[in-house]
Write a protein that binds this ligand. Structure first.
Ligand SMILES: [Zn+2]
Length: 398
């Protein structure tokens, strides 16, 4: 940082307003934007209303705005503060949807207590979206002309199929670098695992359960499948780890089979979840499974199985720790905390790999609260996050 940019950063830094961040955050919590998941999008269960709100706030902050629907009622919204040049450009990106609120007592009544803001979406991730607005406000109030362009981006459907970020990955906008303010407790996370899931299906022969010896039981066959995979995690742990993500994992998640206790079941399916490393290839995951299941045919000549098309296919993210946006956030974090900060892996999957813009995850709030029935974010973390984002804006765009 040269003298001039250091002065700019300090001036902006001092103006960060907790009141302004919490006002936006509370207003956004009060706008239901639950992901409809497998159901149809409808008021309260879509991004339409929160998207309109966010677009209007960006417009009032002097950004050039636009939106595009990833599906009816499910917009992505954009706002740009153009620099004197097109590059470099930085995107601040966050999802507009929240997880459902079943069992949540007053999810849309934001309230403040002990330095925290409570309500559905508070930490995942309307706090990040509020911090982005604060960054735009500070730039506008200081009438700063940046050399590069800053883009804010509100995305639909992160919590389900990620149709919003996939749409952006196809049609833009694109930037040189991106920050995603998912709740990482402000840890700087340039990498995360991907999620790859599919169904393993076993087959049998249905007969009356009083003569099981004449049938072939698909559930018993699935039991052998589960056993054959029981030490898969141990094997994954022996493979080369990713420097930030560690090892890939396997977890059997859903099992279904049989209709009646009085019939030998001819069908069973097991959905598995594989958390994959950036270096993992889907085809290899399927080969791993097949290699463990093929030997079962030797003991049971009727044994037949099928691997379905993927039920989940979210890529891993892997931005270099040396990327300027990562270094900038790490420096800001070290400065703010007074201790040396190192890059980490984000535990969950995010929009990052879909955007086709190199992205790092870093935002206020903790994942432990994210999908809970008592969601909150600490105001102090929002202020810090805003300062970290400002540092990146100044480092990369000034
Ligand atoms: Zn999230």
């Amino acid at each position: 940082m040269n003298r001039q940019t250091a002065d700019l950063y300090r001036a902006l830094w001092a103006q960060v307003s907790a009141d302004s961040i919490t006002r936006w955050l509370k207003e956004m919590i009060a706008i239901p934007s639950e992901n409809p998941m497998a159901d149809a999008a409808r008021p309260g269960h879509r991004e339409q209303e929160i998207g309109e709100y966010y677009l209007e706030q960006m417009r009032q902050l002097g950004l050039t705005v636009g939106s595009r629907e990833a599906a009816p009622g499910r917009p992505n919204v954009f706002g740009t503060r153009a620099g004197s040049k097109d590059h470099p450009s930085l995107m601040l990106c966050g999802h507009l949807d929240t997880v459902p609120t079943e069992g949540y007592d007053e999810p849309y009544a934001p309230h403040e207590r002990d330095g925290r803001i409570y309500g559905r979406g508070s930490c995942d991730m309307k706090a990040g979206l509020a911090c982005y607005l604060e960054v735009a406000r500070l730039l506008q109030d200081a009438d700063v002309t940046l050399s590069g362009s800053l883009m804010l981006c509100g995305v639909a459907d992160e919590e389900w199929q990620m149709i919003g970020s996939r749409e952006i990955g196809r049609n833009g906008p694109f930037a040189d670098q991106c920050i995603i303010g998912e709740p990482s407790n402000l840890a700087v996370c340039p990498a995360h695992k991907g999620q790859y899931g599919f169904f393993i299906r076993t087959f049998g022969k249905a007969v009356h359960s009083s003569i099981p010896e004449q049938g072939e039981n698909a559930i018993e066959r699935m039991a052998r499948v589960v056993n054959a995979l029981s030490d898969y995690n141990e094997e994954l742990a022996t493979r080369d780890p990713h420097p930030l993500c560690g090892h890939g994992t396997y977890s059997p998640g859903v099992i279904r089979g049989g209709d009646l206790a009085s019939a030998v079941p001819d069908f069973c399916e097991l959905e598995i979840d594989r958390r994959i490393l950036p270096s993992d290839v889907a085809e290899d995951v399927r080969k791993d499974i097949a290699q463990r299941l093929e030997p079962l045919k030797q003991q049971d000549p009727g044994f037949r199985y099928e691997l379905s098309d993927p039920s989940w296919d979210i890529p891993a993210n892997d931005l270099s720790v040396e990327a300027p946006v990562v270094q900038s956030l790490l420096n800001a974090s070290t400065e703010l905390s007074g201790q040396s900060e190192t890059a980490q892996s984000f535990p969950g999957a995010t929009d990052a790999p879909n955007l086709k813009t190199p992205a790092v995850v870093c935002g206020p709030g903790a994942l432990a609260q994210a999908h809970s029935l008592n969601e909150f974010v600490e105001i102090e973390q929002c202020v810090r996050a805003t300062r970290m984002y400002l540092r990146a804006v100044v480092d990369l765009l000034a």
